[in-house]
Design a protein around this ligand. Structure first.
Ligand code: GDP
Ligand code: MN
Length: 380
């Protein structure tokens, strides 16, 4: 789960990282008000969950409150890389002398977190990483020992940070590390960490990605989820405890178990089709869950056929069949449905579905082939 810049900076601030004292606005009038309170030049920053806002025109400097209102109005009507801007952050404008990159993420190959820093921070850091990777200094962090002060010194030397800033830099790095670790983040990034005109450091941008599997430990962070940017269907699925990811293909998939769902998608591709979604109804699915899953799949206008692949263990075939029948009653689908039921109570389930005008299959390969043919209109 990605956090907005303003949310990330709030968290960084809790860990002692210096951030500008700005606030978020949803209307131009609010932006004007905040600019007035900040008294003077401000920067208006679109809050969307993509990088490269500066280059996309989503970050503008305003010389006074009036201009802040006007620019906020412009930015609040923008769409950046497909995402509508609903909020802007109004920060006091900073005088930037140097832009440093600082970030922590998991290095899977090294099996530990890594602190990365570069003196060549700012909007071109991707370019730096691609063309001159030696300009990015890496320090691996022992997850049990934590980030050590001597490692931060190594980083400060590596990025040739002026000596008088080493103390502040230590506070920033330790703060970033604790924010990362205690939030169960997979990324915590400051770009730019600026050396300001007054000689101090400030985090002018912030980005965090949280591990969704750990969100249950952080109810206060889970609340920060921005529902506006997630597909409506994925939110609906979340409500029912279904794991649903919308994809681009034409064959809707309803499967129990993540591994089986992936195998089902692979085999659909193998037979020349494209899955319209990933959907795991989980173990021990209830009829209610099954029927919610079908409704969600069928809402996708790209879906030309649906493949149900249920391997009953804890999940019982008759319960799944009941859910399918309930859903069919409600949504009256106009696309062909292919079902493969195996395992616990599969025979009972198949018998229940016998009258329901569905295409049945014995094996997964057969089911996938039939779904691909049905999506092409070759099988009814
Ligand atoms: P991003 O493009 O999405 O990474 O957004 P950033 O928040 O990093 O802003 C992009 C660039 O805008 C920064 O690298 C700075 O050069 C510039 N910028 C951001 N805030 C300020 C500010 O307060 N003053 C000045 N002069 N430039 C800023
Ligand atoms: Mn940035």
């Amino acid at each position: 789960m990605k956090l907005h810049e303003y949310q990330s900076k709030q968290i960084f601030a809790q860990y002692g990282v210096p951030v500008p004292k700005g606030r978020v606005a949803s209307t131009p009038a609010e932006a004007r008000q905040i600019a007035q309170e900040l008294g003077g030049r401000v920067v208006i920053k679109s809050q969307v969950l993509v990088g490269g806002r500066g280059k996309a025109g989503g970050i503008k400097l305003a010389k006074d409150a009036e201009e802040a209102e006007k620019l906020a109005g412009d930015i609040l009507t923008m769409t950046i890389k497909g995402l509508p801007v609903r909020k802007v952050l109004v920060d006091p404008a900073a005088e930037i002398k140097t832009e440093i990159y600082l970030g922590i993420t998991n290095d899977r190959a090294a099996r530990r977190p890594v602190l990365m820093g570069s003196a060549a921070g700012g909007v071109d850091i991707e370019e730096v990483a691609a063309t001159t990777p030696e300009k990015i200094i890496k320090v691996h962090i022992d997850p049990l020992m934590g980030l050590q002060d001597y490692q931060i010194l190594d980083m400060a030397l590596g990025i040739e940070l002026p000596k008088e800033l080493w103390g502040e830099f230590n506070t920033v790095c330790q703060g970033l590390w604790r924010a990362y670790k205690e939030s169960d983040a997979t990324l915590a990034e400051i770009n730019p960490l600026a050396i300001l005109g007054d000689g101090h450091l400030a985090a002018l941008d912030g980005k965090m990605i949280l591990d969704e599997n750990a969100l249950y430990r952080h109810p206060e962070l889970a609340e920060k989820r921005d529902l506006d940017v997630e597909a409506e269907s994925e939110i609906e699925a979340n409500k029912y405890g279904l794991t649903y990811i919308k994809l681009e293909g034409e064959i809707g998939c309803m499967v129990n178990g993540a591994g089986l769902a992936m195998a089902t998608m692979d085999i659909i591709k193998h037979f020349g089709g494209e899955p319209a979604n990933f959907l795991d109804i989980g173990g021990g699915a209830t009829a209610e869950k099954v029927s919610a899953a079908i409704r969600i799949i069928l809402k996708d206008p790209n879906v030309k056929a649906v493949l149900f692949n249920i391997f009953g263990g804890i999940t019982r075939g008759d319960v799944v069949a009941e859910g399918i029948l309930t859903a069919l009653d409600e949504v009256k689908p106009s696309v062909p449905l292919v079902v493969r039921l195996a395992g616990t109570n599969a025979a009972e389930g198949r018998a229940m579905l016998a009258g329901a005008n569905m295409i049945t299959a014995e094996t997964l390969a057969e089911a996938a082939q039939k779904a691909v043919a049905a999506a092409k209109g070759e099988l009814k």
